[in-house]
Design a protein around this ligand. Structure first.
Ligand code: HEC
Ligand code: HEC
Ligand code: HEC
Ligand code: HEC
Length: 503
């Protein structure tokens, strides 16, 4: 055969050529992957961004894809079975909420959360912020701005943190105008993720943990944990006496019991219930805490993996900043990890939500009854001593209901834990109603305390005695008079910001 006759030198030549070709191919492949990686993050900055730049459109000049997708949170067209980005009046959907929150702002107005772009507008419009007429007027403290805007880190840096939390909500009206955005989550110099809110850093410090030492994957959840968490206003800090200082109640842990113990030890209450006089806790939105107890967190899946998946546009891969219900984007949010069809995955989510909500509704009705029965006991002349245990029972049962209801997405993020929390809530509510039945008999009352007619939001608000017309008039006046002044002042201030262009 001819090969056998080939001279050794030819064999050597073939071998060397092959090595060289393979080497060159390798170089080419590595350069391609490198380019690809560059394409992910490469950008040509057109402006120099200052760390405290609150205007999202200025950041958008350098990062148009992220900015455009962020701006799509403007969309309000998607509704899933229980969530989505449409404006839904939750008090209309479920008028029992009005009774549960009697005496507290949420009974006036409570809507389902919309996209981040609306954070400031929705706060202007909410009846909960009232109709202030000047900087020292209105029901809410300035602390309420903290989770709404990149103007927050800007003003905190300028004035100091405790100073920021001082005074009324209306005091900072002309300052806080840009909705949640880039500076809330990013360092302007490196574009790395950053924690801009002191409450989260301080909560870590009190537990002896350094937030600067967490992994990149944890940061993809912690940026959300700046806002999607349980919190309260601590007015008893020695270094800021009387200031409603934003604090996360995590010192004993993040479970429903650990936070309850924390609040009980401090004898903290958010308000006194108007009907039962119970010292109530309002769960805010323990989204991060509940997520941590679920299977996805356990397997290292972050908030951003599902709510900010990668997106491709013209061969460029970037992070989708349209933060929304992942059910509006199953292909990128779930199917990167799960092989199942979209309809199966949606069914998996709805099954969990349906089952949780079935029992949550039962707990809600028990709570309405307990408040009304406690109100009846007071009417019949019950003493503080007789009521003490009962009121603690109502506090603890409603705290569990609210922890489950307000941890938006919790029935999917961690169905087993939320199911457990509701079960313990039902248990406490039932025990409390047995005590109430005994006390009612003691006070000479027989039979059933009638369940109020709260079939609509209007009826429920009338039942608890809310002057809705007056509240709405005050709000309308605020929107006509003070709000335009705030926006004008802000525009003038921002027109003086300097933005350097890079050639
Ligand atoms: C600076 C505070 C803040 C940060 C940081 C933040 N959020 Fe939000 N988020 C809010 C507020 C406030 C709303 C409600 C806005 C409204 O209804 O006007 C909201 C709404 C949402 C909604 C509902 C939107 C819809 O269209 O249904 C989702 C989902 C959400 N956030 C997820 C996240 C995730 C995931 C992260 C982290 C990647 C995050 N958020 C970071 C404050 C924040
Ligand atoms: C709620 C937090 C949050 C907000 C607000 C936010 N980002 Fe991001 N951003 C992220 C996360 C999470 C990533 C993924 C980062 C990672 O894994 O390293 C990211 C990634 C990026 C990246 C890196 C490239 C990419 O697409 O992955 C850029 C650039 C960026 N964001 C720009 C912006 C701009 C511009 C804005 C304002 C319009 C903004 N971001 C607002 C959380 C946020
Ligand atoms: C980054 C990967 C990843 C993403 C993204 C992801 N999952 Fe998962 N999912 C997992 C892992 C891992 C498990 C645990 C199962 C295991 O370890 O075998 C899991 C478990 C589940 C389970 C079973 C949980 C239970 O209750 O026992 C469901 C249902 C589920 N995922 C649905 C979804 C849906 C819906 C989405 C999109 C909104 C999604 N997943 C996004 C990785 C992911
Ligand atoms: C495995 C995927 C997954 C992870 C991880 C995840 N979520 Fe969700 N989230 C969902 C799904 C699915 C829903 C239910 C959406 C629906 O019902 O339309 C949801 C709902 C929500 C909602 C309510 C959305 C609405 O439309 O009103 C918020 C807010 C939210 N998640 C925030 C977070 C935060 C903050 C984290 C991290 C601490 C997180 N999520 C982690 C999948 C995920």
């Amino acid at each position: 055969m001819s090969e056998q006759k080939r001279k050794p030198i030819v064999n050597w030549l073939i071998l060397i050529t092959t090595i060289v070709v393979v080497f060159l191919l390798g170089l080419l492949a590595s350069s391609i992957t490198q380019r690809k990686a560059e394409a992910v993050f490469a950008y040509t900055p057109t402006v120099k961004i200052n760390q405290e730049e609150p205007r999202n459109d200025v950041w958008g000049k350098n990062f148009p894809r992220e900015y455009q997708s962020y701006y799509e949170t403007e969309d309000t067209s998607f509704r899933s079975k229980y969530n989505g980005n449409a404006m839904i009046d939750m008090l209309e959907v479920d008028p029992r909420l009005v009774v549960l929150w009697a005496g507290y702002g949420f009974s006036k107005d409570y809507n389902q959360g919309r996209g981040h772009v609306y954070a400031v507008t929705d706060l202007h419009n909410s009846l909960r912020t009232g109709g202030p007429t000047g900087p020292d007027d209105g029901p809410m403290p300035s602390t309420c701005w903290t989770c709404k805007s990149p103007d927050v880190p800007r003003v905190m840096k300028r004035d100091g943190v405790a100073e920021f939390y001082k005074g009324k909500w209306a005091r900072l009206g002309p300052e806080i105008v840009n909705p949640i955005g880039c500076a809330d989550c990013h360092d302007a110099e490196t574009m790395n993720l950053r924690i801009s809110r002191p409450a989260l850093i301080e909560a870590f410090e009190r537990q002896g943990k350094d937030i600067n030492k967490v992994s990149h994957q944890e940061m993809r959840s912690l940026v959300c944990a700046q806002c999607h968490v349980e919190y309260y206003f601590d007015k008893k800090r020695p270094d800021a006496e009387g200031v409603p200082y934003l604090t996360f109640p995590w010192d004993k842990g993040m479970s429903v019991e650990a936070m309850e113990e924390y609040y009980d030890n401090k004898e903290f209450k958010d308000w006194t219930h108007k009907i039962s006089k119970a010292p109530m806790l309002k769960a805010q939105h323990p989204g991060y805490e509940v997520y941590l107890t679920g299977i996805h967190a356990e397997r290292g899946v972050s908030c951003a993996d599902c709510h900010m998946p990668y997106k491709s546009e013209g061969g460029v891969k970037f992070t989708d900043h349209k933060i929304q219900s992942p059910l509006n984007n199953i292909a990128n949010s779930c199917q990167v990890c799960h092989r199942q069809e979209a309809k199966t995955l949606i069914k998996n989510v709805y099954d969990r939500q349906d089952k949780i909500i079935e029992n949550r509704d039962k707990l809600e009705e028990l709570l309405v009854r307990a408040h009304v029965e406690a109100g009846k006991c007071w009417d019949l002349g019950a003493t503080e001593e007789q009521m003490k245990d009962i009121l603690m029972g109502i506090r603890h049962a409603q705290w569990r209901w609210d922890y489950a209801a307000a941890s938006h997405g919790g029935s999917f993020h961690s169905p087993v834990e939320i199911g457990r929390v509701i079960a313990t809530g039902i248990d406490i509510a039932q025990e409390t109603r047995i005590k109430l039945a005994r006390l009612l008999i003691n006070l000479g009352f027989e039979g059933e305390v009638p369940y109020p007619d709260i079939s609509t939001k209007e009826k429920a608000q009338k039942f608890i005695g809310l002057p809705m017309e007056k509240l709405e008039e005050e709000k309308a006046k605020f929107k006509q008079e003070l709000l335009p002044q705030w926006l004008k002042e802000a525009k003038e201030r921002e027109s003086k910001y300097k933005t350097e262009t890079i050639q």
